[in-house]
Design a protein around this ligand. Structure first.
Ligand code: IMP
Ligand code: MG
Length: 180
């Protein structure tokens, strides 16, 4: 079974739920009357996005983007490919970019500049997890769920080889999983 691949749980379902509630309350306060667009960066953020939206008690729109970094892994060219762009005209709108994890920051830094060229009223970043130790781009999130250690984690939208996104909590894989 999938859960047998998990070595250790980092954030339990209850902890995630509580944190998402907190973030939802904060966004509801700060965006009251502003009708923001929640921009989910696929695929990793879809679970967080779905839960977060339901903790927000204001009018909001949702939209989705798919991006991929060129030459994945260690390269730092900063080039990001837009696979699926937004469907809305965002000029004059308040955007909240929803991410699963802010790692090197290369993707989000590119995305923020890219969207900024369309003159939105504001752009903020809300990430469930932040790995500040790994940052390469000069970017910070405006709303952070948890600071997490420099380890590869899966679950709650985060994948390894496209698997484990459906795990309801966040954890670390057993080392042998990588050599399967
Ligand atoms: P970056 O900030 O441009 O390096 O890209 C962050 C993206 O890398 C995230 O949206 C995830 O898809 C992926 N990522 C980074 N760290 C992890 C991890 O620990 N587990 C799973 N995916 C990760
Ligand atoms: Mg991702």
């Amino acid at each position: 079974m999938m859960v047998d691949d998990i070595a250790r749980v980092y954030f339990t379902e209850e902890e995630l739920k509580e944190k998402v509630k907190e973030l939802g309350r904060e966004l509801s306060r700060e965006y009251a009357g502003k009708h923001p667009i929640f921009v989910s960066v696929l695929k990793g953020s879809f679970v967080f996005m779905a839960d977060l939206m339901r903790e927000v008690d204001i009018y909001c729109d949702v939209d989705f983007m798919t991006v991929s970094s060129y030459g994945s892994g260690t390269t730092t060219t900063g080039a990001v490919k837009i696979i699926k762009d937004l469907s809305y005209n965002i000029e004059g709108r308040h955007l909240i970019i929803i991410e699963d994890i802010l790692d090197s920051g290369v993707t989000l830094s590119y995305l923020k500049n890219y969207l900024n060229m369309r003159d939105p009223a504001s752009i903020k970043i809300c990430t469930l997890l932040d790995k500040p130790a790994r940052r390469k781009a000069d970017i910070m999130a405006d709303y952070v769920g948890f600071i997490c250690p420099d380890e590869f984690i899966v679950g709650y939208g985060l994948d390894y080889d496209e698997k484990y996104r459906n795990l309801p909590y966040i954890g670390v894989l057993k080392p042998e999983v990588y050599t399967k």
